[in-house]
Design a protein around this ligand. Structure first.
Ligand code: NAD
Length: 506
């Protein structure tokens, strides 16, 4: 007897192909789970290469007309999109909290930081201007123009399901490209709401397409002959794979990857402000921000403040993200929780001092949630696993050193280079730090120095592959091909001049 198919009550996450939200034909699906309650919110398809190909074909067809669509038309679609995102801010944040777990105010922050990129995309007219030099030779001008490169693709992580898709597709399409987005399979519903808003804003069919899945769809993107550029944000091991695969298949690639962000606390720092910033940046979003502070480097007498850090961390309220007053919610999945708890156990085993143990907190009403409360280790050394691994959870490790030079050397020796910060009231110390630190994003009395969209995200070393970052001026370069034109126009009345066999123009 044929097996009776199981009827699953959860809705399915659709694909967006050629302007239509369609059901995937995927054989494999996975559940999208609310990390605070374990409720299955939806089922997401794990697309194969054929569905990626369908999306790419739609994008390639749309590119033929979109590339020559006037700049003003593209900019006005972005103006409309920013208006629609504002209109739906609460709805987007509610969806984001349900599938990702972060608190509602933090979810609004996630949407807002993406919205800022959409606002910036509205300035595409001035951002994409070329340049012209008149009279590079007699009667000859040289100028450059920026042209879109074709079908581009983006692969995004679970931790910012609004901001990071918005880092990518608005800038890619406003520069005249068409796009295939592959959001994280762990929280694909918020990106789909954004895709719906893009359609409502007037993005033409095929200009933005969305597929889902994991390795199979990602590999299909990185090897697809039509795709010209791949933008990736996620972990180091996947980013390295994506970069290698995409670039060996002739694509531009930019990969923003893992982190271990050090905050240096000098003994002359403003104690209250600095420790508040440290605790907020260490434990906000349950430590699942790529720019979270995960290592506090206490210099000299600043180590005496460790009990104050612990006391402040204890005041943070862990709860379901929709509960008013919650400071941090759950981590994304049961697997992530188990991994983080395993690293905490290893820290204890390796001899680090567990100042605050956040394992298995009681969260009434959310007994099944993936919660880990703020956890702090002190006495951490370079070889400890809690120092070498990106934990990506609410765990702050504290390293004590004697001098600023030691703090800089420690940070520079760490393979990651995403973000760092110094807390001090000394301009000289701050300037020395800014000058000598080998990390792409530096905060001075600012804990999470993510640049606003008129700059670019500039992680460095092990946190990034590819020279150009997402958003800002750098991404205009990433998503366009510069073409230089050297032109001479003959005056019909002029008849003089002979054959010139030299290479110079005069
Ligand atoms: P991840 O690397 O597991 O997933 C990122 C994307 O890659 C997802 O879309 C996923 O489906 C896909 N993927 C997963 N495994 C794959 C495989 N084997 N082959 C091909 N594709 C695969 O990352 P995550 O857990 O979603 O996000 C957290 C990580 O992202 C952390 O390391 C964090 O530091 C990093 N991150 C970095 C930045 C930054 O700007 N530097 C920003 C946000 C997050």
């Amino acid at each position: 007897m044929a097996a009776v198919p199981q009827i699953h009550p959860a809705p399915t996450v659709k694909l967006l192909i050629n302007g239509k939200f369609v059901e995937s034909k995927a054989r494999n699906w996975r559940d999208v789970v609310n990390p605070a309650t374990q409720e299955v919110l939806a089922r997401v398809p794990m697309c194969d290469a054929d569905e990626v190909d369908e999306a790419v074909k739609a994008a390639a067809e749309a590119f033929k007309t979109w590339k020559n669509t006037p700049i003003g038309v593209r900019a006005r679609i972005m103006l409309k999109l920013q208006e629609l995102i504002r209109r739906d801010m609460k709805k987007l944040a509610a969806c984001l909290t349900a599938e990702q777990g972060k608190t509602l105010p933090d979810a609004e922050g996630d949407v807002f930081r993406g919205l800022e990129v959409v606002e910036h995309a509205c300035s595409i007219g001035t951002l994409s201007l070329g340049e012209l030099a008149e009279n590079v030779a007699t009667g000859v001008d040289t100028y450059f123009i920026r042209q879109p490169i074709g079908v581009c693709a983006g692969i995004t992580p679970f931790n910012f399901p609004a901001m990071i898709p918005l880092w990518m597709f608005p800038m890619a399409i406003v520069t005249g490209n068409t796009f295939v987005l592959k959001p994280s399979e762990q929280d694909p519903m918020t990106p789909m709401l954004l895709a719906e808003l893009a359609m409502e804003a007037g993005v033409p069919p095929g200009v933005l397409n969305v597929v889902h899945g994991g390795k199979e769809s990602v590999d299909a993107i990185c090897t697809h002959p039509t795709i010209q550029a791949v933008s990736f944000v996620g972990s180091c091991h996947v980013g390295e794979h994506v970069y290698k695969l995409s670039s060996t298949h002739g694509k531009r690639a930019q990969c923003m990857m893992g982190a271990k962000n050090h905050a240096i606390v000098m003994p002359d720092a403003n104690k209250e402000q600095s420790l508040n910033a440290l605790v907020g940046a260490g434990f906000g979003a349950a430590g699942q921000r790529c720019m979270a502070t995960s290592v506090a480097v206490m210099v000299g007498a600043a180590s005496e403040w460790i009990p104050d850090i612990v006391a402040k961390a204890k005041t943070l309220k862990i709860n379901g993200g929709t509960v008013p007053g919650a400071d941090l919610g759950p981590v994304i999945s049961k697997q992530a929780k188990a991994r983080i708890e395993g690293l905490i156990a290893k820290g204890v085993e390796e001899g680090c001092k567990l100042e605050l143990d956040g394992r298995n907190p009681k969260v009434p009403g959310y007994e099944n949630g993936n919660f880990i409360a703020p956890t702090i280790f002190s006495g951490v050394k370079r070889h400890h696993s809690v120092y070498t691994e990106e934990i990506f959870g609410p765990v702050l490790v504290i390293v004590s050193v004697d001098t600023l030079d030691e703090a800089i050397a420690l940070t520079n020796a760490n393979p990651y280079g995403n973000g760092t910060g110094i807390f001090t009231q000394s301009g000289a110390a701050a300037r020395k730090f800014q000058n000598e630190i080998d990390v792409g994003q530096v905060g001075i009395n600012v804990p999470i120095p993510v640049p606003v969209p008129y700059f670019s995200f500039t992680g460095s070393r092990g946190s990034k592959l590819g020279d150009l970052g997402p958003y800002g001026k750098q991404v205009i370069q990433f998503y366009t091909q510069v073409k230089t034109v050297t032109a001479r126009w003959f005056d019909d009345a002029a008849t003089t001049g002979g054959v010139n066999t030299t290479i110079s123009l005069k």
